[in-house]
Design a protein around this ligand. Structure first.
Ligand SMILES: *Cc1c(COP(=O)(O)O)cnc(C)c1O
Length: 250
């Protein structure tokens, strides 16, 4: 099973209870859980688990993977890690076998990340590096707060942005994700992610990411606000280019 918490794309975070259900299921059915914790540093709510290993028994059924990408800006540089516990038992193999195979795979086939990238990783893990990484995460989460609260003021239902850098907008009834995408891009110069790009259940929703500069984030929120205010006044939304009520991007 693959679990990603905080989740990309939804931004939702699994509770202890939910993770415990998965762990109990995995142990009962000899399943292995791959737990992707790429966004764990974004969890603000102290009651939420940052790792599946907070659930007793998880070390017998879960592998955790993580990355420097979202916490230290390593996207493109690429460095990550995996936890394959010695207690992990895969199907009928004894506990420890998966750990030994993983070690063999890492040391013989992969040979490790380049020394340059490992030096970067060490810098990111130094006390100074960790402080800077924490500041970076806080900066993005402040962006998330600006987006969440700004868009909420327009009356739209907004989800997320609390424990993950993604904010979801529920579009006004009947509005399609791609129609909103087109309007936002063409009339305000803002790019977001069409919900329906993730699957049919996300039609009518739209995702904004907090990964950006705060000046731009504030502009984005102001543009969404003015666009939606015009809609409330009865302007058709979406409308064609000629009747566009949006101010054009500078
Ligand atoms: C960005 C991301 C990662 C990290 O991938 P890298 O290849 O290390 O950049 C892992 N999982 C999820 C869900 C992500 O969004």
């Amino acid at each position: 099973m693959f679990l990603c918490s905080p989740n990309n794309p939804t931004g939702a975070v699994a509770t202890h209870r939910q993770l415990q259900d998965f762990v109990e299921y995995a142990i009962a059915h000899q399943s292995v859980i791959i737990f992707d914790a790429a966004y764990s540093a974004y969890i603000k709510d102290a009651d939420l688990p940052v790792t599946i290993y907070e659930v007793p028994g998880a070390e017998k059924c879960a592998i955790k993977i993580n990355s420097f990408s979202k916490t230290a800006g390593f996207t493109g540089v690429s460095l990550g890690w995996a936890v394959v516990p010695k207690a992990l038992a895969v199907e009928n193999a004894p506990a420890g076998k998966a750990n030994r195979l993983w070690n063999r795979r890492q040391s013989t086939f992969f040979n490790g990340a380049s020394n340059i990238v490992q030096e970067d990783g060490l810098a990111a893990l130094s006390p100074e590096g960790r402080k800077e990484c924490r500041a970076l995460v806080e900066f993005y989460m402040e962006n998330a707060r600006i987006i969440r609260e700004g868009v909420r003021k327009t009356g739209l239902t907004v989800y997320g942005g609390d424990n993950a850098p993604y904010i979801w907008l529920k579009l006004p009834a009947g509005m399609k994700s791609w129609d909103f995408f087109d309007r936002l891009l063409n009339e305000t110069g803002v790019v977001g992610t069409s919900g329906s790009g993730f699957g049919p259940k996300d039609e009518g929703y739209f995702r904004l990411s907090a990964f950006g500069h705060s000046e731009n984030v504030e502009k984005v929120v102001a543009r969404i606000e003015s666009g939606l205010k015009l809609m409330e006044k009865g302007a058709p939304f979406p409308v064609d280019r000629e009747g566009a009520p949006f101010e054009s991007a500078e």
